[in-house]
Each structure stands twice: as structure tokens, then as C-alpha cells.
Design a protein around this ligand. Structure first.
Ligand code: HXC
Length: 514
């Protein structure tokens, strides 16, 4: 064979392998509104930057007719490429090849690119579109999953791991995304479940569609498994690219610095918070009044809406925000919002992103439902996450900071670096009404006009405790600040925290209330 023939053979082999499961299967994929694995990769990465590896990998399974089956690339595409010119590792399961099912060689390809990402300290992006463990390969498929989970865990907190669910992600497959940092889903396309509808029907006799069981909305609004919801694959890729502008490439680096930009004028911080502490407002307006160009990227926007988490920039540098949302359940802490905030704080801490906490909450949500759902255990996670975090930690109290909520939202007592309060802040064990009813109960009951006495006592409690000055007198609050100066205070606090050093006691690891 001459040189030309060899080149022609290579081109032919490449083209054959890149056809995936063939025309019929690709037609079916397109009919479902899905892109192919390679189209997805090239849509996401910088133009012409993708380099594929292991294109010619073959399975060696022999049972159940597998000896006669050629599976192109064993159903997964792996390689390297760039985003914004910086390198990333990527894999995309190819549903057109045996339903993207995971056999031994398929798993080996994924673990190879995972090892590469971890060694090279670059982000790993995994596009999931698979029927789960390849049934014909038995325990070898299970081994493959286990080896992926092990690597997800090893890489956790070292490199960003992003999972994109663009098709079924069934059975064992779900646990790899669940171990990664950010999960992206697309309406009508993503389906994530451990046990599918047919098994549920057999075992429980219940009929449920895949969409109702584990569609994109279910995981964005109910379970909290997904972090970003999109209406199309194209929108999803834009969201991933946007997220990647905010995060560092590994745990020894900082996120890219952008030119500083002031917030947009229409978000006037002085006009957002109503004076009446019972009146709600949208904390997202406050966030937009603080971050550069009013550009705030919210994470888990549709789940546990009583707390807001996400990224913004101050003076060009990425900051993570955790903020109560008075517009939803008055911004209380509960089981889900505690989980949501705690995990995000740990992400920021692992990747050197300072955390700014914006406080306005009446405390933890009372009730038997929450108690029985484990609000003690879940609520403890937020205390743990803040106490453990060593990145710069800054707090601003706008209005209410009552009881356990005050402590939990990055108070001085959990080792906050800076705590600021607005003049209208109320820092107390509970709201003035509740407090007056308890401590002056007898006096109110015995009064000729209980309502009048109650109102007087509420006012008395407000003057005594429901203000920022008692906390400021003890140094729990560093400064009572004018609302209009909030961003300046944050800027100064971030500037001085640039080289923060905080070293805790030596240990193998703590035992967070998982
Ligand atoms: C082998 C599979 C497969 C699998 C799909 N295929 N899933 N092959 N192992 N797990 C194959 C199909 O046989 C078919 O091959 C092709 O992929 C396309 O599948 P369809 O069923 O035609 O597609 P669709 O109608 O879109 O349905 C997709 C699906 C369904 C919902 C994912 O295929 C399905 O329910 N699959 C099984 C899902 C599941 O229960 N997985 C769990 C495995 S156990 P042909 O040749 O006909 O084109 C597991 C435990 C691991 O994962 C635990 C680790 C902790």
C-alpha cells in the first residue's frame, strides 16, 4: 500500500466511524429534536478546536449477539478542545449507537478523558444521552460506572465538572451528573431517572410518563438536581458558555478578570427595599444594583426560590452571591434552601471565589413538615459550609435578620470577614410582634386595653433591639452603612481580602451533616 492509499484508508475509516449508528438512527435522533454527539461538541467548543481521541475503539463483548455488532466508537465521542481559547476535556454519549449505552470500552473512553482533565487541571464537560448500563455486558458495565463515579469524586473541588443531560440519563448513569458541579437540562429532551416508567409499571402498577418522572422541569423545580434549565440545546450551550466566563479553570486559579463596569442606572439600590419590613421586594433587583453591568448569573433559579445563589462580578472579578429572597416565602431558610446555599458556598470555597451574603429573612421555616423533613440536619449544612469556608466572606444585612437565620447567614459568629448593616436592619432573636407577645404576655393579658399595650410593647422592643446598633455596639456588625454606599463597601472589603490567609486545624476532613 502506497502513502496515498494509507491516507485514503485513514480518511475512509474516520468517515465510517464518525457516522455513529448510521443514517436511520441519526434520522431518529434528529426527529426527537436532538443534535448528534459531534454536532453538540462542535456547537459548544471554539470553532475547529475539537480533537477527537479513541475514534477506533471497539468493544470485545461476545454475549447476546454482541460478537456480530460493530458499535462505532463504542457509543461515545471523547476529546479535547477550547472554550474562549482555554483548553477543556469533553465527552458526548452517542445515542445513535446502541442507545449510548455504557459498556466497558465506552466507560474506559470516558475515564480516560476524565483522567486527562484532572491531570491537566482543565474543566470536564460530559454530555449524557444514554440508556444506561449496556445490558448485554453485565457486570462490566457496572464496573464502568463505578470507575466513573470514583473519578468524579476525585476531581471534585479540583476541576470544574459540568454535566449536560441531552436525552435519557437512566439507571446508574444519573449518579455521575449528581456528583458533578453543574447539571444542565433542556425542556422535552432531558430525562433523568433511576428506574424507568416500564419498571415502575411492573413493580408498582403505576403509569407515569418519562417527562413526569424525570423531565427537565421536574429536576429544575422539584428535585433540585439540575442547575440550569433551557428551552433548546442551543440555549443550553449559550448558558454553559456564560457560566464558563465566571468560573476558574481549576482550584489553583482565579476566574478570568473582565473590564470593570458599573451597574446599570435603572437599578437604584436606594429605591428597592420598602421601609415596611412586612412588604416584599425582589432581591434580584438588589443583586443587579450591585454587580458589574447588572449582569447576574443565577444558579438553580427555579428551585428553592426563597434563596438566590449565583455569580456576578464586582470590579471585574467573579463573586458568588447567596441572598434571601423576600419575594418568596419571605426568604426563610428551609430544607431545600439550606441544601442549595450550602453546596454553592462549598463550590465557591473550593474554587477561590469570594462569597457575598445578602440578608433579609425572618429565620428558619417553622412547622412539623420541615421538622420531619430534617430541617435540623439540612439547616446545619449552611452553618457548616459558612464556618468551613476560607474564601473572603462578606455580609450585608438589609432589613430582617432574626434568630437562627441571623446566625446562619454568614454572621460574624461563623467567622465572616466583614458584616455591614443598613440603618433599617433589625437584628434580633425574633420579630418585634412575636417577641412582645412572649416577654410581655402577662402585662398584655392583664391590661384594660391589651391591643394598645401590645402596640406599645412592640414599639419598645423595636427601639431596644430591632435595629443594627445593639449588634454594632458589640462589634458583631462592623459598620452601619448608607444603602447607596453598599457597592463601595463591598469593593473595599474585596480589595483588602485579596490575600486572605485562613488556616483551620489540621485534619483529614470534616464530617459535614450530609
Ligand atoms: C443496551 C440499549 C440500552 C441498554 C437502549 N438500548 N438502552 N442497549 N443496554 N441499557 C438500545 C436499544 O436496544 C435500541 O437498540 C437503541 O438503544 C435505542 O433504544 P430505544 O429503546 O429504541 O430508544 P427509545 O425508544 O428512545 O427509548 C430510550 C430508553 C429505552 C428510554 C433509554 O431504550 C430504555 O428504557 N432503555 C433501558 C433503560 C434502563 O433501564 N437502563 C438501566 C440499565 S441498569 P436497537 O438495536 O434496537 O437500535 C443500570 C444500573 C447501573 O444502569 C447501576 C450503576 C450504579
Amino acid at each position: 500500500m502506497g502513502e496515498n492509499d494509507k491516507t485514503l484508508e485513514l480518511i475512509k475509516r474516520r468517515l465510517d466511524a464518525q457516522k455513529g449508528g448510521g443514517d436511520q438512527a441519526i434520522k431518529k435522533q434528529v426527529a426527537m429534536g436532538k443534535l448528534t454527539a459531534r454536532e453538540r461538541i462542535t456547537s459548544l467548543l471554539d470553532n475547529e478546536s475539537f480533537h477527537e481521541y479513541d475514534l477506533f475503539v471497539e468493544h470485545d463483548a461476545r454475549e447476546f449477539g454482541m460478537d456480530r455488532k460493530i458499535l462505532a466508537g463504542d457509543g461515545v465521542v471523547i476529546g479535547t478542545g477550547t472554550m474562549y481559547g482555554s483548553p477543556v476535556c469533553i465527552f458526548a454519549q452517542d445515542f445513535t449507537v446502541a442507545g449510548g449505552s455504557l459498556g466497558l470500552m465506552h466507560a474506559r473512553k470516558i475515564t480516560k478523558i476524565m483522567d486527562h482533565a484532572l491531570k491537566m487541571r482543565v474543566p470536564l464537560i460530559g454530555i449524557n444521552d444514554s440508556g444506561g448500563a449496556r445490558i448485554q455486558e453485565g457486570v462490566n458495565s457496572l464496573a464502568g460506572y463505578g470507575e466513573i463515579f470514583f473519578r468524579n469524586t476525585q476531581a471534585s473541588g479540583v476541576i470544574p465538572q459540568i454535566s449536560v443531560i441531552l436525552g435519557p440519563c437512566a439507571g446508574g448513569a444519573v449518579y455521575s451528573p449528581a456528583l458533578t458541579d453543574f447539571v444542565f437540562v433542556v425542556d422535552n429532551i432531558s430525562k433523568m431517572f433511576i428506574t424507568g416508567p416500564s419498571v415502575i409499571k411492573t413493580v408498582l402498577g403505576e403509569e407515569i410518563s418519562m417527562e413526569e418522572l424525570g423531565g427537565a422541569r421536574v429536576h429544575s423545580e422539584i428535585t433540585g438536581n439540575a442547575h440550569f434549565f433551557a428551552n433548546s440545546e442551543t440555549e443550553c450551550f449559550e448558558q454553559i458558555k456564560k457560566l464558563c466566563t465566571f468560573i476558574p479553570w481549576n482550584n489553583t486559579q482565579k476566574a478570568k478578570i473582565f473590564p470593570a463596569k458599573p451597574p446599570k442606572k435603572k437599578y437604584n439600590i436606594e429605591k428597592i427595599v420598602p421601609l415596611d419590613p412586612r412588604e416584599p421586594y425582589d432581591m434580584k433587583d438588589i443583586l443587579k444594583s450591585l454587580v458589574d453591568d447588572s449582569d447576574f448569573l443565577e444558579v438553580q433559579e427555579l428551585w428553592a426560590k426563597n434563596i438566590i445563589i449565583g455569580f456576578g462580578r464586582i470590579d471585574g472579578e467573579t463573586v458568588g452571591f447567596v441572598a434571601n429572597q423576600p419575594n418568596y416565602l419571605a426568604g426563610v431558610l428551609d430544607v431545600d434552601s439550606s441544601d442549595k446555599a450550602a453546596r454553592f458556598i462549598r463550590y465557591c470555597d473550593a474554587f477561590n471565589i469570594p462569597v457575598i451574603t445578602l440578608v433579609d429573612l425572618p429565620g428558619y421555616l417553622p412547622g412539623a413538615d420541615q421538622e420531619h423533613a430534617g430541617v435540623i440536619r439540612h439547616g446545619a449544612k449552611i452553618l457548616y459550609a459558612y464556618s468551613e469556608a476560607t474564601v473572603p466572606k462578606i455580609t450585608v444585612i438589609f432589613r430582617k435578620a432574626y434568630g437562627g437565620g441571623y446566625i446562619a447567614m454568614n454572621s460574624r459568629h461563623l467567622n465572616a470577614d466583614f458584616v455591614f448593616a443598613w440603618p433599617n436592619a433589625e437584628i434580633a432573636v425574633m420579630g418585634p410582634e412575636g417577641a412582645a407577645n412572649i416577654i410581655f404576655r402577662k402585662e398584655i393579658m392583664e391590661a384594660d386595653d391589651p391591643d394598645k399595650v401590645r402596640a406599645e410593647k412592640v414599639e419598645l422592643y423595636k427601639q431596644k433591639f430591632a435595629n443594627p446598633y445593639v449588634a454594632a455596639a458589640k462589634g458583631y456588625v462592623d459598620a452601619v452603612i448608607e444603602p447607596a454606599e453598599t457597592r463601595d463597601h463591598l469593593l473595599r472589603a474585596l480589595d483588602i481580602s485579596e490575600n486572605k490567609v485562613a488556616i483551620g486545624p489540621e485534619k483529614k476532613h470534616g464530617i459535614p451533616p450530609f
